[in-house]
Ligand binder design. Structure first.
Ligand SMILES: C=C(OP(=O)(O)O)C(=O)O
Ligand SMILES: [Mg+2]
Length: 401
């Protein structure tokens, strides 16, 4: 019933106005799945390769489609993803493009779910999934590679850790986003938004900490549950490998100073989450920081691990973090993303399923997070391509998918 009978690939727009790959997968019994690849701006050096969409589509039509159509069952995700790897023949999807691969992988999963008449999270996670919901980390202030002339730290993330439901958490993050706007207005700071919908004011990181801490505390008082906040430092973007220093607008920090700076921030602001505080090649520095504050906060590897089990194994061996960011397009298939989550869980690492800065309406990651019992999801706070995932989480919790 789930034999793949057709795959269509096309270019569509992403949230930055760039083209990206969308895939449709159709099965023998009329099952249908559609999914689109997201795209990063602060990409990790070791990510699977995203090809220009036109080239990725042409290569996937030539190499992947013939191996899937009439050959593979969409209901068997491991077979679909193994066929994608075989069609590509490289270890980084540089032939068919990780963008084509991930779009087809996710579309096949949706087609498989459609045939079963089951929600995607249940098809992926099994019938007993769907009781636990991830805490959404909401980007409320940001800069780095996601906005010009804004903060050095890429993302300030509201983290409603005490929310009684996923809907309460989603609304709390939106409220923090709104409170930040009010506080910036009081301070006469004009600002637009960055790529993920976070406010992108032209202020230094110190002022951003003040504003976010105050916004979080105001909303916490209103809603009556605990809201913390966290960061995506995107350390690799700040790191200058020639000088060996982290280059902020107003200061340069060597690696030891960077570790101390982040450890102080964890203490001062009681940060619940710190992503990529250090360069993507520096497992040792990650390990030193994790040693220092890993019992108080999540130290999460994004560019460090790139959803890659080989890099995660190295991190686990070296004690380099205590959580991993999961971005399916960093590795190219849902199978690879699942394997990374499974390995993380077995080793006591928390998984944080994540969007990219360039997104579409595709809501697969909401299902992936629920299917795998991921404790966190990072998918922005506001903006249509972000609310597509947040609203889908609310629907899953309401059993209304
Ligand atoms: C979502 C992120 O940004 P990008 O998609 O630009 O890598 C991130 O760095 O976590
Ligand atoms: Mg990141």
């Amino acid at each position: 019933m789930t034999l793949i009978t057709d795959i269509r690939l096309r270019r569509i727009l992403d949230s930055r106005g760039n083209p990206t790959v969308e895939a449709d997968v159709v099965t023998e019994s009329g099952g249908f799945g559609r999914a689109a690849a997201p795209s990063g701006a602060s990409t990790g050096e070791y990510e699977a390769v995203e090809r220009p969409p036109g080239e990725a589509i042409a290569a996937a039509r030539e190499h992947a489609v013939p191996r899937l159509v009439g050959e593979v069952y969409a209901g068997n995700q491991r077979d679909v993803d193994a066929a994608l790897h075989a069609a590509d023949g490289t270890d980084d999807f540089s032939e068919i493009g990780a963008n084509s691969a991930v779009a087809i992988s996710m579309a096949a999963a949706k087609a498989g779910a459609d045939v079963l008449g089951a929600p995607l999270f249940q098809h992926l996670g099994g019938t007993f999934r769907g009781e636990n919901f991830p805490i959404p980390l909401g980007n409320v202030v940001g800069g780095g590679e996601h906005a010009a002339d804004a903060t050095d730290i890429q993302e300030f993330l509201a983290a409603p850790v005490g929310a009684p439901s996923v809907a309460d958490a989603v609304f709390a993050n939106a409220a923090v986003h709104a409170a930040v706007a009010d506080l910036l207005e009081e301070r006469d700071v004009p600002c637009g938004k960055g790529d993920e919908g976070a406010w992108a004011p032209s202020i230094d990181d110190g002022e951003a900490f003040d504003v976010v801490a105050e916004a979080v505390s105001m909303v916490q008082d209103e809603v009556g549950f605990n809201i913390g906040f966290g960061l995506d430092v995107a350390g690799a973007e700040l790191y200058d490998s020639v000088s060996g220093t982290y280059e902020y607008s107003d200061v340069s920090r060597d690696t030891d100073e960077q570790i101390e700076y982040i450890a102080e921030l964890v203490e001062e602001y009681d940060l619940v989450y710190v992503e990529d505080p250090l360069d993507e090649d520096d497992y040792d520095a990650f390990a030193d920081l994790t040693d220092e504050v890993g019992d108080q906060t999540l130290i999460c590897g994004d560019d460090l691990f790139v959803t890659n089990t080989d890099r995660l194994i190295e991190g686990i061996d070296r004690g380099a973090a205590n959580s991993i960011l999961i971005k399916p397009n960093q590795i190219g298939t849902l199978t690879d993303a699942f394997d990374a989550i499974e390995l993380a869980t077995e080793n006591g690492y928390d998984s944080v399923v994540s969007h990219r800065s360039g997104e579409t309406e595709d809501a697969t990651i909401a299902h992936l997070a629920v299917a795998t019992d991921a404790p966190f999801i990072k998918t922005g706070a506001v903006g249509g391509e972000r609310t597509a995932k947040l609203n889908e989480l609310i629907r899953i919790a309401d059993d209304a998918t």
